[in-house]
Design a protein around this ligand. Structure first.
Ligand code: PA5
Length: 436
C-alpha cells in the first residue's frame, strides 16, 4: 500500500486547523466543479470488457509498429507518460518505442520526428478532449499527412486511433470522416483527471504495461479513502498542504530519489498547479530529483529562502539489485560500501537529506510506495487525484476548471490572425511591442 508518513504533531496541527467542511464538497458533490466528478468512480466503473477492448486495440498497434506516437498535451498526455516512463525507466529499449508529439511546438523536434517516421513503422494515438487544442491539432495534421503518404488512406485507418469527446470538436468529426477507431473521454472527466480513461489506458497498454493492475491499484486506494475521518491519508495530505500554505510556505517541492518518478512528478505538478492555482491562491508545485539535484539545488534547499515544504516520494524496494563490489586496492576508498546495494546507499542518502533539510528549516513529509509497478502507481494516481480535490475545496477554489489557460491562447490566436480574432490583432500586437 502507498502510505503517508508525517509526525504526530504535524498531523494533529494540520487536522485541527483544516477546513474540513469545505473539503466535504468533494463527497457531497455540491460545489462548483461538481459536473466534473466522474473520475471518482472510474476505478469501479471500468469493466473487464472496457479493458479488453483497450488491450485489443493496443495489441493491434503494437503488431503494426516499432514506434507508437502519442499526440496530446497537458492532461491528455502527462498521465500516460508518467506511468510509461516509471515502468519502463530511462534506459529502456522495450518495443514499441513510445514517442510524444503535440505537447510542444518545437519545429526542430517535429522535423526530427518526421525523419524518424520515414524510417520506422509506426502507429498514432491522438488525444484531445476538446478536439481543438492547437499544439496536438497542428502535430496531428503533419503526422496524418505523413501516415497517409506512407501507408495510404486505408493503412492510416489501421494505425490511427483518436480519443476525444463523444460528440463535439474537430477531432471527432475528423475521426468520423476518416473512419478511425475512436475512444470516448467521458463528459464529466477533465483532462488532468483522465489517466484512468482511455486517455491514459490506451497509450499505457500500447507500451505493454498492465492496465488491469493499474486500475486495481486505483480501486483499492478508492476503498481505503472511502471514510473521510482523521485517518484518511488523502485528507491528511490535503490538510498538511493547506496548513503549510497558511504558515507562509508557498511552494511544495515534490522530491524523489528515483529518476523513474520524473514524469510522475510532472503529472503531479500539472494536477495540483492547474487545479489550485487560481483566484490568487494555491501552493506552487515544484519538483526535484535527488541525488542529482542535491548537486544543483541542494544548496538552495538547505540555506536559501525558507519558502517551501518538501514531500518525499519514496520508493521502498527496487525491482533489481546492484551491489558495490569489493576492490583489493581500494584506491577509490570505497571499500566501506562494499557489499551494500545502491538501494541501501540511496535510502541512507534520503534519510540524510530529510534530516538535513528539517534541520535547515524545511518541513518534510513522506509518501512511501512499496514497489514501482502498475498496481502501486494506480494507487498513487488515485490518491493524488482525490487529495487534490479535497485540498482545492479546502482552499475554496474549483479544482476542475482552468480559466487562466485562455489568456495566452487568446493573445496567440489574435497574433496568428485566427478567424474571429481579427479585431484584436492591432491591439495585441501593439501591447506586445510595448513589452518586448
Ligand atoms: O487538464 C486539463 O484539462 C488540460 O491540461 C487539458 O488536458 C489540456 O489543455 C489539453 O486539452 P485537450 O484534451 O482538450 O486537447
Amino acid at each position: 500500500m502507498v502510505s503517508l508518513v508525517l509526525s504526530q504533531d504535524l498531523q494533529h496541527k494540520a487536522m485541527e486547523s483544516c477546513n474540513k467542511e469545505d473539503a466535504l464538497h468533494l463527497i457531497r458533490r455540491d460545489a462548483s466543479g461538481n459536473d466534473f466528478l466522474g473520475w471518482i468512480d472510474l476505478p469501479k466503473e471500468i469493466t473487464i470488457e472496457d479493458i479488453c477492448k483497450i488491450e485489443r486495440v493496443a495489441q493491434r498497434l503494437r503488431r503494426l509498429s516499432e514506434m507508437v506516437i502519442i499526440v496530446g498535451i497537458g492532461g491528455s498526455y502527462l498521465g500516460a507518460r508518467a506511468v510509461i516512463s516509471a515502468i519502463r525507466g530511462e534506459l529502456s529499449d522495450s518495443l514499441p518505442e513510445i514517442i510524444y508529439a503535440g505537447h510542444q511546438m518545437s519545429q526542430d523536434y517535429m522535423h526530427a520526428l518526421l525523419q524518424r517516421m520515414d524510417k520506422k513503422d509506426y502507429a498514432i494515438i491522438v488525444i484531445s478532449k476538446s478536439g481543438t487544442t492547437t499544439e496536438p491539432a497542428v502535430a496531428f495534421r503533419l503526422l496524418k499527412q505523413h501516415c497517409e503518404a506512407k501507408y495510404g488512406k486505408n493503412g492510416a485507418k489501421e494505425r490511427v486511433v483518436c480519443i476525444t469527446d463523444a460528440k463535439r470538436g474537430a477531432l471527432k468529426s475528423l475521426a468520423n470522416n476518416e473512419g478511425y477507431d475512436t475512444f470516448v473521454i467521458p463528459d464529466d472527466v477533465g483532462g488532468r483527471y483522465s489517466v484512468l480513461t482511455p486517455v491514459g489506458l490506451l497509450p499505457i497498454a500500447a507500451a505493454e504495461c498492465d492496465i488491469k493492475q493499474l486500475v486495481q491499484g486505483a480501486a483499492d486506494m478508492k476503498i481505503s479513502l472511502s471514510h473521510l475521518d482523521d485517518d484518511n491519508m488523502a485528507l491528511q495530505y490535503a490538510a498538511v498542504r493547506n496548513y503549510f500554505l497558511r504558515q507562509g510556505k508557498n511552494i511544495e517541492v515534490m522530491a524523489s530519489f528515483d529518476s523513474r518518478f520524473y514524469y510522475f512528478i510532472e503529472w503531479w505538478k500539472q494536477l495540483y498547479g492547474e487545479s489550485e492555482g487560481k483566484d490568487g491562491k494555491g501552493l506552487f508545485p515544484a519538483g526535484l530529483l535527488y541525488t542529482t539535484d542535491l548537486h544543483s539545488m541542494g544548496q538552495y534547499m538547505q540555506e536559501g529562502q525558507r519558502l517551501f515544504f518538501e514531500t518525499f516520494l519514496s520508493l521502498k524496494h527496487s525491482n533489481a539489485s546492484c551491489q558495490v563490489p569489493y576492490d583489493e586496492s581500494d584506491m577509490d576508498g570505497l571499500n566501506f560500501l562494499a557489499g551494500k546495494t545502491l538501494e541501501d546507499i540511496n535510502h541512507e542518502a534520503e534519510r540524510a537529506t530529510i534530516l538535513a533539510h528539517e534541520q535547515g528549516g524545511v518541513p518534510t513529509i513522506k509518501l512511501e510506495i512499496e514497489k514501482m509497478d502498475e498496481y502501486h502507481l494506480g494507487q498513487l494516481i488515485y490518491f493524488f487525484e482525490y487529495a487534490c480535490g479535497l485540498s482545492a475545496y479546502m482552499l475554496q477554489v474549483n479544482p476542475f476548471n482552468q480559466p487562466g489557460v485562455e489568456a495566452y491562447k487568446n493573445n496567440m490566436f489574435a497574433l496568428l490572425r485566427k478567424p474571429g480574432y481579427e479585431d484584436k490583432y492591432e491591439q495585441i500586437q501593439a501591447a506586445v511591442k510595448n513589452l518586448l
